[in-house]
Design a protein around this ligand. Structure first.
Ligand SMILES: *[C@@H]1O[C@H](CO)[C@@H](O)[C@H](O)[C@H]1NC(C)=O
Ligand SMILES: *[C@@H]1O[C@H](CO)[C@@H](O)[C@H](O)[C@H]1NC(C)=O
Ligand SMILES: *[C@@H]1O[C@H](CO)[C@@H](O)[C@H](O)[C@H]1NC(C)=O
Ligand SMILES: *[C@@H]1O[C@H](CO)[C@@H](O)[C@H](O)[C@H]1NC(C)=O
Ligand SMILES: *[C@@H]1O[C@H](CO)[C@@H](O)[C@H](O)[C@H]1NC(C)=O
Ligand SMILES: *[C@@H]1O[C@H](CO)[C@@H](O)[C@H](O)[C@H]1NC(C)=O
Ligand SMILES: *[C@@H]1O[C@H](CO)[C@@H](O)[C@H](O)[C@H]1NC(C)=O
Ligand SMILES: *[C@@H]1O[C@H](CO)[C@@H](O)[C@H](O)[C@H]1NC(C)=O
Length: 332
């Protein structure tokens, strides 16, 4: 059953990629879900409409015009509400009181502005557990806040790429950040509130730039490319924006770097000296945890990684050293 759902989800995603974009955000169905819709531009807003797209027809949910009270359709009157919509016209997020399977589908939030014209965001509500984000990330990148972070995704060179799409993947929500039709050289303007930038021209890789990154930008980013033949490739990268507290952690070893390096060398010499005098006893169970630890640490590319690794080395030795002295004297 779960397998069928997953297959359906994959098919949906495939369809989405083939038919250009038909949604900007996919969210998981939940009882009190909120479909977020925030107008990002500075234009003066005149009206906003929420509709549900059912096949060829649209079902009205609500209309708001600042000259009139909020109008909610009778079918939705006791089922949806707007938090502070009239106070904050730019944030017209639609919240449900008690959503059910009947509310699965695609919703449209359409702002009319002057002089900008219409601005539409499409939100797709999907059945719970359709998202498979347990898929492992292919790579990991650690950056400091305030940086312009560049995520890059290698494009397959054995087939002509037709479309490249970047998404931010959260457990309950997937947002399209950028989509590029390479045959047409057209970039789709993202409706995601966080502005990012991606290049769209024939090349060996696609980049996504997140300007002035903050800890809120941490998470999983997915890059999907598709060939004209329908072949697809997916690449997932985990971005970690370290907060200021973690930064201090990195800075400290830099200051004491040279001192600790000397110490490390001294300790290594001492250990080698001692271990030569001892019989080689069962050391394997001891090594395992420290091995795992360094694997976790080096899993993530970071600008400070060389410092980090000496830190690990130091740790390894401090862990091992007392165990040696605690060990009973070898029997002769
Ligand atoms: C990309 O552009 C080509 C050429 O105009 C068009 O045929 C194709 O449908 C577009 N693909 C998508 C996914 O928008
Ligand atoms: C929005 O309207 C105000 C007054 O109604 C006007 O001063 C302002 O220039 C308008 N802004 C834009 C972007 O058109
Ligand atoms: C918009 O409103 C919703 C519901 O009140 C809230 O959850 C969300 O954080 C708001 N978003 C912004 C960007 O203000
Ligand atoms: C709604 O607006 C009031 C007053 O501006 C504010 O105190 C409250 O936090 C807002 N609620 C939400 C959900 O945005
Ligand atoms: C929510 O909806 C379900 C089924 O649609 C219904 O059984 C339940 O009583 C509703 N709960 C509330 C609090 O309205
Ligand atoms: C980020 O990019 C902007 C615009 O390109 C530039 O002005 C700024 O200096 C960059 N910041 C850093 C930290 O590189
Ligand atoms: C995107 O930019 C990167 C770096 O500037 C470049 O190496 C790459 O070829 C570009 N990719 C595309 C598809 O234009
Ligand atoms: C970057 O973000 C920080 C925190 O949100 C903000 O204080 C700063 O002004 C931003 N810098 C730029 C260049 O946008």
């Amino acid at each position: 059953m779960a397998c069928i759902t997953l297959l359906l989800a994959i098919l949906h995603v495939h369809k989405a990629l083939c038919e250009a974009i038909f949604w900007d955000t996919a969210i998981q169905l939940s009882k009190t879900m909120t479909l977020e819709c925030v107008y990002p531009l500075m234009d003066n807003l005149t009206q906003v409409e929420w509709t549900k797209i059912s096949g060829a027809e649209n079902v009205n949910i609500a209309v708001y015009n600042p000259n009139h009270p909020m109008h909610i359709d009778h079918n939705y009157f006791h089922r949806v509400h707007f938090l502070n919509a009239t106070l904050e016209f730019r944030n017209m997020s639609l919240s449900f009181y008690n959503a059910s399977e009947a509310d699965i589908g695609i919703y449209s939030c359409l702002f009319h502005s002057f002089p900008g014209g219409p601005w539409e965001k499409k939100i797709k509500v999907v059945q719970s557990d359709s998202f498979d984000i347990t898929a492992p990330s292919n790579d990991c990148l650690s950056e400091e806040p305030g940086q312009n972070v560049t995520l890059s995704c290698q494009l397959p060179n054995n087939w002509p790429v037709k479309q490249v799409m970047w998404e931010k993947v959260q457990p309950h929500q997937v947002d399209v950040l950028a989509s590029c039709n390479l045959s047409q050289r057209t970039t789709y303007t993202s409706k995601y509130l966080r502005k990012t930038w991606s290049n769209c021209s024939q090349g060996t890789q696609s980049v996504l730039i997140i300007p002035n990154a903050t800890s809120a930008d941490s998470g999983l980013y997915r890059c999907r490319s598709e060939a004209s033949t329908g072949e697809q490739k997916t690449y997932v990268i985990r971005l970690i924006i370290t907060d200021d507290g973690a930064n201090k952690h990195f800075i400290l070893p830099i200051a004491g770097g040279s001192v600790s390096l000397l110490l490390v060398i001294l300790i290594i010499i001492t250990i080698i000296f001692y271990s030569r005098r001892r019989r080689r006893q069962v050391r394997t169970p001891l090594k395992e945890p420290s091995d795992k630890q360094s694997k976790v640490a080096t899993n993530c590319r970071s600008p400070t990684s060389p410092v980090h690794s000496t830190d690990d080395e130091k740790e390894d030795i401090y862990v091992n050293y007392p165990t040696f002295s605690r060990r009973p004297k070898p029997r002769f």
